[in-house]
Write a protein that binds this ligand. Structure first.
Ligand code: HEM
Length: 413
């Protein structure tokens, strides 16, 4: 507990959905007096922004005082019509494990996490390699190409949807629903846009429930079928609705995070050509470079919690029900943990201490898989395209607070 509590500083101009922030959050970060105001209130969102590594970590490690209930809630209040559409369509405010607190959380996490142990993930390597190679074989490298469309976007999608057992013809539709999910829960849509996204969410949830029902009678060698076997052993322990909820987690967390990670890796490595050349010369550095990117420019830069009781955090008294914007990207630049935090160093000894995957009971179950996909994508890219370079361009980003990576990235081989 901090010894001196004060009233909360306010930064009225802080708006993480504003144009300047979306373009370059690190520039905004550098202009904020975070040394004096490590926790501050942002009226633009009605959230308290938490920026220091130690404070963010403390929040993650104390699920009793800091609930995950708001992790997937729409960031801005919804119109009653949108709220009704979601509820009537069977989309509750805490739809999956990442926003559930104990004990409900563990019931869903346990069967899902089993599939992503380091050994299971290592077994996926040949498929990831082959998929990356196949995607890059299709690239015409004699002219500039969009690295996101060619590799970063389809690779994690193919791996995750294939793993889950989603029929290939439905992948584009599922991916589109995920876009609605990002906008509704982490963006600032207009009422009309929010209604459209809510209708999409209802279809998305219905699709997954129907997929589970269909697989129940027609099993395959996929993860949905594996979860249904757990259900068969003890239907009380894992219902069909629970299986659909786990698929809802993975269908989004398993690729939106990773395609952005791959995009951030390639962008940051090519931005300074020596960085790329170093990995070309020494591929053993690639996995370290991925860890350093996760610290330096994480693909999930913000996560959320809400206080269950009054607490003091970073010297600020917070009431019960205070909504917290855990700025993971700022924690990654905390000099108290990472010396010279603004320098990119693929050999940084403690890059793995990053909070980019959270910490504690909700720690990302896909961290090994996400890292592996990014590393194998970079291995294939550096081997094929040692002279890859970034073209002059304005990089577009999706307008949401939690999933950040280039939406297009033009490169030349
Ligand atoms: C590669 C980049 C990835 C990043 C940066 C990332 C980041 C995160 C973060 C910040 C959390 C929340 C942690 C918390 O609340 O304490 C999380 C949870 C989660 N992630 Fe990831 N993730 C990534 C990849 C993946 C992949 C590939 C999967 C699929 C297997 C995945 C599945 C999940 C799930 C299911 C949760 C919820 C865990 C729980 O509530 O217990 N993630 N991730």
């Amino acid at each position: 507990m901090d010894s001196v509590a004060t009233t909360c500083p306010v930064h009225p101009e802080f708006d993480p959905l504003g144009e300047a922030f979306l373009r370059d959050p690190y520039r905004v970060m550098a202009q904020l007096p975070l040394g004096e105001t490590p926790v501050f209130y942002a009226p633009s969102l009605d959230y308290y922004v938490v920026t220091r590594y130690a404070d963010v970590e403390r929040v993650f490690l104390d699920p009793e005082a800091f609930s995950a209930a708001n992790a997937q809630l729409p960031l801005v209040p919804l119109s009653p019509e949108v709220g009704r559409t979601l509820l009537d369509g069977g989309h509750k405010p805490q739809p999956s494990m990442v926003s559930l607190d104990p004990p409900a959380h563990g019931r869903l996490r346990k069967p899902a996490a089993r599939a992503f142990t380091p050994r299971r993930v290592d077994e996926m390597a040949p498929r990831i390699r082959a998929t990356a190679a196949e995607l890059l074989d299709a690239v015409d490298a004699s002219r500039p190409f969009d690295l996101i469309a060619a590799l970063a976007f389809p690779l994690p999608m193919r791996i995750m949807f294939g793993f889950m057992g989603v029929p290939e013809e439905d992948w584009p539709q599922l991916k589109e629903w995920c876009g609605s999910r990002a906008s509704l829960a982490w963006g600032r849509p207009t009422d009309a846009e929010a209604l459209h996204h809510a209708q999409q969410m209802v279809l998305y949830r219905r699709y997954l429930r129907e997929l589970v029902a269909a697989k129940a009678g027609d099993r395959g060698a996929d993860f949905c079928s594996a979860l249904l076997e757990i259900h068969d052993e003890d239907p009380e322990a894992l219902s069909h609705e629970d299986v659909a909820s786990i698929l809802f987690s993975l269908s989004f967390a398993g690729h939106e995070t990773t395609n952005n990670l791959i995009g951030n890796c390639v962008r940051r490595l090519l931005e300074v050509p020596d960085r790329w050349a170093r990995l070309v010369a020494d591929p053993a550095l690639i996995a370290h470079a991925v860890d350093e990117i996760l610290r330096f420019d994480p693909s999930v830069p913000v996560w959320r919690r809400v206080t269950t009781r009054p607490v003091t955090l970073g010297g600020v008294d917070l009431p019960a029900g205070a909504k917290l914007f855990l700025w993971l990207a700022a924690a990654g630049r905390d000099a108290a943990v990472f010396p010279e935090p603004d320098a990119f160093d693929p050999e940084r000894a403690n890059a793995r201490r990053t909070l980019a995957f959270g910490r504690g009971i909700h720690f990302c179950i896909g961290s090994a898989l996400g890292r592996l996909e990014a590393s194998l994508a970079l291995e294939e890219l550096t081997r094929r395209f040692p002279a890859l370079r970034l073209l002059d361009q304005e990089i577009p980003f999706h307008p949401n607070i939690s999933f950040r990576g280039p939406q297009a990235l033009w490169v030349a081989a």
